[in-house]
Design a protein around this ligand. Structure first.
Ligand code: SAM
Length: 363
């Protein structure tokens, strides 16, 4: 999915630096995993990964791509049709076809994020067409029912949720982020919701299992103990992620306790999801705390030259925390993230920004 700060394009650069500081794969912690692009790449290189993030849809993606080592099969009894009764197991693709074919439901997404619902219509919210909203509701409520009845284990449930989040994102009537919706249906939004199979990253022979975590980075780094590599990719500006991705967050978290939405775009309550990294007065302390709590041989931090923390401040914190002479910074220039909605009239002072990778070896 398109994601602010997604490192997919920078993965080769990050892996090069990782390969320089520790050629043999070990244990890595990626506590700001987002789409799990870096966790996935590390696992693919043979690393055991402990990933984490504050957001529920990131957790689902981490389970799908990092925690699971292969595509799971599903109990045939879930769908209980003739084919299901004959066999014990059901393939993922067969289950996706079943979920796609469910009759639409008028659930939380239809009610709030599409014109089919009263709240959605009152605010003119057009995140999904009524058909797609009904299909998302049907699939999500079915996954929730299977989980509540304990017919689906947590990892399989997250795997299906991740599949649904990705599918919903492809038909969302946005320009890339959910901070606003477009006021006419875009071509992608008019397409029918399609659940496309995801592919977990295989574990290397003899490798240890990787794991996903839902919660604060500070908690994860403290709980994982000693690791070889701590890869940090925190937010670098004041944009709090839940305000830009509240709709996938609702789809992932579900609505067994329906969130109270606010504002034109139906934002979710986000006090618990707000990040100190997005606060100028708190981000330096957040960096110090995190490094303090971690026990990592190598620390890498992805940051940006337009970020709240000055490069010199990061360098000073790193030098204090590790072997002073080992501190290095590698920079790479890349094109600024633009959403489709920026249009040609949206001007930025600079079209290119610099991604920085700060490194220090712990003493
Ligand atoms: C720059 S993005 C990470 C992008 C990721 N590397 C990728 O390639 O998709 C920052 C992430 O940090 C998460 N985040 C912000 N504050 C956090 C905190 N205190 N603990 C854990 N995750 C946090 C956000 O939800 C967001 O997904």
């Amino acid at each position: 999915m398109r994601y602010i700060g997604n490192k997919t394009r920078l993965v080769p650069f990050i892996l090069d630096v990782v390969g320089d500081v520790q050629p043999d794969a070990g244990v890595a912690c990626d506590p700001f995993a987002g789409t799990a692009s870096v966790s996935r790449a590390l696992k693919d290189r043979g690393w055991t990964v402990r990933s984490g993030d504050l957001l529920a849809f990131s957790y689902a993606l981490q389970v799908a791509h990092v925690e699971l080592d292969r595509t799971p099969r599903f109990p045939a009894a879930l769908i209980g049709d003739a084919e299901g009764r004959a066999a014990r197991w059901l393939s993922y693709t067969r289950l996706l076809a079943y979920l796609t074919g469910l009759p639409p439901r008028h659930g939380f997404i239809s009610e709030n994020y599409s014109p089919a619902g009263r709240a959605g219509a009152r605010h003119g919210r057009m995140y999904f067409t009524p058909d797609n909203a009904g299909a998302i509701d049907a699939a999500r409520e079915q996954i929730a029912a299977w989980s509540e009845e304990e017919r689906l284990d947590p990892a399989r449930s997250q795997f299906l949720i991740a599949t649904l989040v990705e599918a919903a994102d492809r038909v969302a009537n946005t320009t890339g982020v959910y901070a606003s919706f477009v006021k006419s249906w875009q071509p992608n939004a008019k397409r029918q919701l399609e659940l496309r199979p995801l592919k977990p990253t295989s574990r290397h022979n003899g490798g240890r299992p990787s794991s996903a975590y839902l919660g604060k980075a500070e908690e994860l780094v403290a709980s994982v103990g000693t690791v070889d590599l701590l890869y940090l990719d925190p937010p670098y500006n004041e944009r709090q992620y839940p305000a830009y991705y509240h709709v996938p967050e609702v789809i992932a978290a579900g609505w067994s306790t329906p969130p109270e939405l606010r504002g034109k775009t139906g934002l979710i309550p986000d006090e618990a999801l707000r990040s100190d990294w997005c606060r100028r007065d708190r981000c330096e302390a957040a960096l110090r705390t995190l490094i303090d709590r971690s026990d990592a041989r190598h620390i890498l931090l992805s940051y940006n030259d337009e970020g709240l923390l000055e490069a010199e401040v990061i360098a000073a914190v790193f030098r204090e925390a590790g072997d002073e002479d080992s501190y290095r910074r590698a920079d790479v220039e890349y094109r600024r993230y633009r959403s489709d909605g920026d249009g040609p009239s949206r001007t930025y002072l600079r079209d290119r920004v610099q991604e920085q990778l700060h490194y220090v070896r712990r003493r």
